[in-house]
Design a binder for this molecule. Sequence first.
Ligand code: SF4
Length: 70
Amino acid sequence: MKIIHDRSKCIGCGACVNICSKYFEMSEDGKACLKNAKELGGEKYELEVEDVGCAQEAADSCPGGCIHIE
Ligand code: SF4
């Protein structure tokens, strides 16, 4: 499975980091980062994972709709 993070829509609320610090951390620019993710371009990042775990709840809670699970 893949976690997709679209940073262009991130408002830096920190919800994903609070819910799922396993996969997300705050960056110096005030937006969240998907840890160890591959850059896809256009501020989109993806990380392949075996277990989505808390990232699903982070996706459900993100007010910007920036996190997607595929
Ligand atoms: S929950 Fe969404 S908007 Fe908030 S910091 Fe995380 S990615 Fe950005």
